[in-house]
Design a protein around this ligand. Structure first.
Ligand code: NAD
Length: 731
């Protein structure tokens, strides 16, 4: 197996071409690293070689490190996993440092062989850390290429020298968005940022790289940090500017992460400590913090959910084995908030859209939503007027159902009323082909009931979007009792086309996401009613990694919607209805006209422009603060278990059939503490035995809603974990 090929031309320029045979995108494996190292040794030792080009045989350069590499380093080290990781990372540093020094005389800094990275396309993670070690980075002018270090997004940070080199190249301030936010750039903007040196026409990439190698001087091959008198751009921590910058950065990072993301904190420490020592020591510090992060269970859980499993679901891990169902023409019924968004994302994906509403002006209004978003994109330079016109041209806004002829998929997003939905189902089915799939975007009505209005219930399915459609990445696909495989495949192919992440669940009240969010919101309101300080509730949620506290969340989704759902649920559940205590506060808030953000009054106060101010101080009049306030952890456990136990129950009930979907869906759907990897990830981190103990204690104090499900008790007894023992838990 070869990942790199090596060839020397008649001018003495060696070209190392990265081309991993078994993959469409290059990723670094341990074997690949060893090969790279061997070729570099050969080139440096060969007096006929004047310099080296490192490039790729694929349209992109590389997507980074194979995440199994880190797992291997850990596993191979037996009972010293941290040592294994640290040593492995230091080996990677050694190879990259060898490229950077390229055989130069350490005293005179002369005699290095020039090494250039020639990037045909995307270069991410290690795929950019390797170029960073080269003396020059040239990229093809490929606007689709993305260059950068996205590691932080999956709970780690650039640990193959990327952190240390980018900070030394740009200064800590300019490096912050690259490292802390994982911002990616196309080649032109990467050059503007100083991340790469040159952008050249794609067909001249290798020629220009070779020209550079042949004309490079000694001084071109010495990195600024290897030169005498190097100073960190923007100031090291002990300079006046540097002091202010680092102080601010620490506060900013903590303010944004509330301290729950180990990677952000470790990254900052690596940068701060690394900035005060020589380069090679900084690499060692980077490796220690990197190891520290990799040893934290959060990083493994985040990589698993946000990278490996998210990708697996997007690639159709749970797609039935039926022929391709790519959508060509979609009919969207109802051009309101959701319909307008669904039309936009479909047209953006190149799908022809018929957007129907009851009145022409409503249909046009729905289409104008796309026009506004496209306008903004053009103004921001993210699109061109031609492209925007093309996308908009794909949307036909009409009231005429005859326009649905030829649609292979319908997505219905009319009012949440079974009668209205049944009406449009019949109207559409009278026109669309027999083979078309009909999907409903209902958020609360059982799919199997709505399917009764369809002539073809096996072709009827739920495709549940989240608002705002263009921003939210999760789509919940719901199978009704009679939904067939082709409908599931169609829905999954559609979600793939619009580049979102799907989960497939079975039909039950509130499906999966809302089933877990509602108890979270309710637990927050229940605590208010008990006299727990609202600020404690909201901060406890944020300190455990929830993006919004439950009270802010209910303000966003609106209290009247809460009241409506409460009434409908009570009617459906009768005596089994569990949330009467919550209703008291919901109905009272609605009576006060405090419906949330939309009425500029809710659990929070808002200014005239609708901007959220502090928590509303009138709440204490009705719900006085209790003399004794609960401990922070008690509040956090109540808020987390309210969601997590519902996820476990959804699994037990067969609503969820795959824990990967439960975890990915929770993070993308409602922002469930991403550091934990999701509800099942969190249970694995704390362990089933501790979870059961905590549930028993919460149930004793607060009631049966915290009773540990049997699955957890069984796992506690046997010492099982969700991911360890049943990676794909079938309910
Ligand atoms: P909306 O009120 O903004 O839009 C509904 C649209 O349907 C309106 O434009 C209305 O004129 C149109 N309509 C009503 N009857 C029609 C008919 N017979 N023929 C054609 N058009 C008709 O509502 P929305 O928020 O977009 O929600 C639509 C659906 O999506 C509902 O089922 C809702 O439960 C679901 N949903 C909403 C959200 C959300 O956050 N708002 C999230 C997920 C799902």
């Amino acid at each position: 197996m070869t990942d790199f090929t090596y060839a020397v031309d008649s001018d003495g320029v060696a070209t190392l071409t990265w081309d991993v045979a078994s993959k469409s995108m290059n990723v670094l494996s341990l074997a690949g690293l060893a090969e790279l190292n061997g070729h570099i040794d050969t080139a440096l030792a060969d007096s006929a070689v004047k310099g080296i080009i490192i490039t790729s045989g694929k349209k992109d350069f590389a997507a980074g490190m194979d995440l199994n590499v880190l797992a291997r380093m850990k596993a191979d080290a037996g009972d010293e996993p941290a040592r294994g990781l640290f040593d492995g990372v230091m080996q990677m540093h050694a190879v990259l440092r060898k490229i950077e020094r390229a055989g130069m005389d350490p005293k005179t800094l002369k005699g290095a062989k020039p090494i250039v990275a020639a990037l045909p396309g995307t270069a991410l993670g290690f795929g950019y850390e390797l170029p960073l070690a080269c003396h020059r980075i040239i990229a093809a002018d490929n606007p689709k290429a993305k260059i950068g270090l996205p590691e932080i997004m999956v709970g780690i940070f650039p640990g193959a020298g990327g952190t240390t080199r980018v900070v030394r190249k740009l200064g800590a301030m300019m490096a912050a968005p690259v490292l802390l936010e994982g911002k990616l750039h196309d080649p032109k903007s990467a050059k503007g940022m100083g991340l790469i040196d040159d952008v050249v026409p794609a067909d001249q990439l290798l020629a220009r790289a070779k020209d550079w190698v042949l004309s490079a001087k000694d001084a071109d091959c010495v990195k600024p940090w290897d030169q005498k008198g190097y100073k960190l751009p923007g100031g090291a921590p002990y300079t006046p500017q540097g002091f202010q910058m680092f102080l601010g950065a620490a506060a900013m990072v903590h303010g944004r992460t509330f301290g729950v993301y180990p990677a952000a904190k470790a990254l900052l420490s690596a940068v701060y400590e690394g900035a005060m020592v020589p380069f090679d020591t900084a690499l060692k510090i980077e490796a220690r913090w990197f190891t520290h992060v990799l040893m934290n269970p959060s990083s493994g859980a985040m990589i698993r959910s946000l990278f490996i499993n998210k990708e697996a679901l997007e690639k159709g891990a749970n797609r039935p084995k039926v022929a391709d169902e790519t959508v060509r023409k979609v009919g969207v019924l109802g051009a309101g908030m959701m319909g307008a968004g669904i039309a936009y994302v479909s047209a953006m994906a190149g799908i022809e859209v018929v957007l129907i509403d009851a009145a022409q002006d409503a249909a046009e209004r729905g289409k104008s939503y796309s026009a506004d978003l496209l306008d903004k994109a053009v103004k921001r330079g993210k699109s061109t007027p031609d492209k925007a016109a093309e996308v908009l041209g794909r949307i036909t806004a009409t009231t005429d159902y005859a326009a649905l002829q030829g649609c292979d998929l319908i997505v219905e997003a009319v009012f949440e009323d079974p009668k209205v939905k049944a009406g449009v189902t019949a109207q559409a089915e009278a026109v669309i082909p027999d083979t078309a799939i009909f999907a409903t975007n209902t958020s609360t009505l059982p799919i199997s009931d709505l399917a009764k209005a369809s002539k073809r219930p096996e072709q009827f399915i739920g495709i549940h979007f989240f608002s705002p459609v263009d921003k939210m990445m999760l789509v919940e696909i719901i199978k009704g009792r009679q939904t067939g495989d082709r409908a599931v495949a169609k829905a999954l192919d559609f979600v793939r086309q619009i580049r979102k992440t799907p989960i497939v669940v079975n039909d039950a009240r509130f499906f999966y996401a809302n089933r877990c969010i509602i108890p979270y919101i309710n637990e927050g309101m229940r605590m208010v009613a008990e006299g727990v300080a609202p600020a404690l509730i909201e901060n406890a949620a944020k300190l455990v990694g929830m993006p919004l506290g439950p009270l802010q969340l209910v303000d966003e989704t609106s209290l009247d919607l809460g009241a409506k759902i409460a009434k409908a649920t009570k009617a459906a559940m009768g005596d089994a209805y569990p949330d009467s205590a919550v209703d008291d506060i919901v109905f009272w808030m609605v009576d006060q006209g405090r419906l949330g953000r939309k009425s500029k009054a809710g659990f929070y106060a808002y200014d005239e422009a609708g901007k959220r101010q502090g928590l509303w101080d009138g709440l204490a009049g009705r719900y006085p603060l209790a003399a004794t306030q609960p401990d922070l952890h008690e509040v956090q456990h109540r808020l987390l278990f309210a969601q997590v136990l519902e996820a476990v129950r959804a699994l037990e009930a067969g609503v969820l059939t795959d824990i990967r979907e439960g975890d990915v869906g929770a993070i993308l759907g409602w922002g469930f503490a991403p550091w934990s990897g999701g509800p099942f990830g969190w249970l694995d981190i704390i362990g089933a035995a501790r979870a059961v103990d905590l549930c028993d204690a919460l149930a004793a104090r607060h009631g049966d809603r915290f009773a540990a499900p049997q699955t957890l008790r069984d796992m506690a007894a046997s010492g099982a974990t969700f991911y360890g023992d049943n990676a794909r838990k079938a309910a």
